[in-house]
Design a protein around this ligand. Structure first.
Ligand code: GLN
Length: 400
């Protein structure tokens, strides 16, 4: 065995600083210690059985061969219609909408399609962990700016603000792409209309494209609405809009998402897409297409998740954690640095290990969303769980 391994020629790693993603690591640790997994973001409840019926019917109707490279026309038309209804922007389903194997593939493909070696790409940290390696695989240079943590009188994080000055300084003639994410994973922060206006001004007269990761678009709470780049004509004209069915329909394992972008961007996107995955599984596309016309599901989603958020927050209020605001996503961040336990001094990764092994609840360290060790004493819980799962987790968390 080891002899055979030695026969493989050595080669320089394309991603020397990358290990296994924190989501996989924490899910494995949760399983090993029978902890409640509030780490990796996925629902523990089933999707609508009608959606499964639609997919099954598609398989029985023999929709089992390759679909068109860009995705089936019914699904692209449905997406175009939906975006038009929600954000009043028309994407041509034939030339501007492409079905992807989830949001992450859409992001990597968009980056590979437009970033050339030496180009700069601006990201805002904490940033989803796939962004940086995707840019590096394209040979791009990551320019990271940080969300500004606003702290209260006790030094605890109370909210985050977009670092406009740092963004302004980061953008220059080499900036090919600026990546944004609202609602934001992991902080839950959401961009408002004024933010989009300000962003449009910032990139006006530059050659910077925008990649807007909006996979949590239907999880915005307290009566607020999601502000998509599609709703802003100046931004839509230079943006790759990424979204995902996994988050919206409780089917993260299906790995189906889409990218909407102006025809010129989509043309380049599809050149990479066809050699990246070629296309995405057929029956799921038919199932989702027949389901998409029903607006009730996604229109009710904010209410559905807000109830879970409020239940979880109410339970956490009895613990020593300081709760950060959660205007969007299905993530709740908490500050543990003032807990009355020696573990409050641990770094975020070690704290999450301890919480998983000793308290029986897995979480994600927010430091995993930064390149350089950035410790703010904040961890992320996922509340996309059945009430009984959340209740058991809360019971365990009461002891700290
Ligand atoms: N997006 C999910 C999260 O933030 C994880 C997806 C994954 O495991 N790659 O938890």
């Amino acid at each position: 065995m080891s002899q055979q391994q030695n026969l493989a020629p050595l080669f320089p790693s394309r991603l020397p600083n990358v290990g296994t993603t924190v989501f996989t690591v924490m899910s494995a640790l949760a399983t090993e210690h029978q902890a409640i997994n509030l780490g990796q973001g996925f629902p523990d409840f089933p999707c609508d059985p009608n959606l499964i019926t639609s997919v099954t019917e598609a398989m029985l109707a023999n929709h089992n061969q390759y679909p068109p490279m860009v995705g089936i026309s019914e699904l692209r038309a449905g997406i175009s219609q939906k975006i038009n209804n929600l954000y009043q922007h028309h994407y041509d389903p034939d030339t501007e909408v492409t079905i992807t194997a989830g949001g992450t593939q859409g992001i990597l493909t968009a980056i590979l399609a437009c970033v050339s070696p030496g180009d700069e790409v601006v990201i805002i940290e904490p940033a989803y962990d796939s962004y940086r390696p995707s840019i590096e695989l394209a040979g791009g240079k990551v320019i990271a700016v940080s969300l500004q943590a606003v702290r209260d009188d006790h030094g605890q994080v109370s909210s985050y603000e977009i670092p406009w000055d740092a963004l302004k300084n980061a953008i220059n003639s080499k900036t090919r792409l600026l990546m944004i994410n609202s609602p934001h994973n992991p902080t839950g922060m959401v961009w408002n209309r004024a933010d989009l206006d300000r962003l449009a001004l910032l990139v006006k007269d530059t050659s910077t494209l925008i990649l807007s990761d909006e996979v949590y678009e239907h999880m915005v709470y307290d009566g607020a609405r999601h502000h998509s780049v599609a709703s802003h004509p100046d931004l839509a004209a230079r943006s790759f809009l990424i979204s995902s069915f996994g988050k919206t329909y409780h089917v993260t394992g299906w790995k189906v998402g889409y990218v909407a972008a102006p025809a010129a961007l989509t043309k380049e996107f599809r050149k990479v897409h066809q050699f990246n995955v070629f296309t995405v599984n057929t029956p799921m596309q038919y199932g989702l297409a027949s389901y998409l016309a029903d607006k009730t599901h996604y229109l009710n989603l904010p209410q559905f998740y807000q109830a879970k958020r409020d239940f979880f927050r109410a339970g956490l209020a009895n613990t020593g954690f300081k709760l950060l605001p959660t205007p969007g996503t299905y993530f709740q961040c908490v500050d543990y640095s003032k807990l009355n336990t020696p573990q409050a001094k641990l770094n975020e990764a070690d704290f999450c290990q301890w919480l998983t092994k000793e308290i029986g609840v897995a979480a994600i360290p927010v430091s995993a969303f930064y390149e350089k060790a950035t410790e703010s004493g904040v961890i992320r819980f996922c509340f996309a769980k059945q009430e009984k799962t959340l209740a058991t987790a809360l019971e365990r968390l009461q002891q700290i």
